[in-house]
Design a protein around this ligand. Structure first.
Ligand code: C5P
Length: 237
């Protein structure tokens, strides 16, 4: 069965405090499919933030971008899997052994691991400074590392979606931030795509924050994005 359009919209809880996160969860639980808990909220509120999402019947994307030795990543992954999160991010650059270890722990659970390849904040000179190639080739190489270790989910920019789809295959999962409905303010995102072009390029899930959070009517903004996702999915099938 294909995933309904609403379930593919991910709203990041980019706030400092649990109370504020709860307000957003209450406001949007019927309008988006997944809430993303990132480092800021997790450092502030811990697993209570995950529980707040689950208490409203929504799915949680725990975006902690784990990168450590295999044993430490395994411990953190076990805890996240036990909390029943739907998605958990790890860095592909943690390497094959760490990735295989965490994938073995997540296999058969309800948690889909997502590997982060190259953070989109990196430009070519910065990548060169840490010894990596140009963004596109570094992202492709790290995507291969993840997939070969069994991690069949990737976080990527809309621009990389079609290239990474060929690496992850039709059964893989692509989680795509940097999405802006046409006419919306780009904020600090430089490489952006509309929801329809991101879905058209092969994205499975879209992370959209500020265009919803800063809208006069956030629920209506989310609904409009879901409608656009639905039309793009129809066009894709
Ligand atoms: O507000 P906006 O839609 O830009 O939020 C996007 C979310 O996705 C933020 O939580 C941001 O940290 C995250 N993200 C991103 N670009 C990436 C990876 C994650 O914007 N490459």
């Amino acid at each position: 069965m294909t995933t309904p359009a609403r379930d593919r919209l991910v709203f990041p809880l980019d706030v400092k405090e649990l109370a504020e996160a709860r307000t957003w969860i209450d406001r949007l639980a019927a309008h988006v499919g997944v809430f993303k808990v990132g480092l800021e909220l997790f450092v502030s509120a811990g697993p209570d933030a995950v529980r707040a999402v689950h208490d409203r019947g929504a799915r949680c994307f725990l975006d902690l971008k784990l990168h450590d030795i295999p044993a430490t990543m395994a411990g953190a992954t076990e805890r996240a899997v036990a909390q029943g999160v739907a998605f958990l991010t790890v860095h592909a650059s943690a390497g094959p052994r760490a990735l295989r270890t965490v994938q073995d722990l997540a296999a058969g659970s309800r948690t889909q691991l997502l590997a982060v390849t190259v953070l989109t904040s990196f430009d070519a000179p910065e990548l060169a400074a840490i010894g990596l190639d140009a963004p596109a080739s570094a992202a492709a190489r790290l995507a291969h590392v993840a997939v070969e270790a069994g991690v069949r989910g990737l976080v990527c920019s809309p621009e990389e979606a079609s290239a990474l789809r060929t690496i992850v295959g039709p059964g893989g999962v692509l989680m795509v931030p940097g999405v802006r409905p046409s006419g919306a303010d780009r904020g600090d995102q430089r490489r952006v795509a509309t929801p329809s072009s991101a879905i058209g390029a092969g994205a499975d899930y879209l992370v959209v924050g500020r265009p919803i959070r800063e809208a006069a009517d956030p629920r209506a903004a989310a609904d409009a994005i879901v409608d656009e996702i639905a039309s793009a999915l129809e066009a894709r099938s």
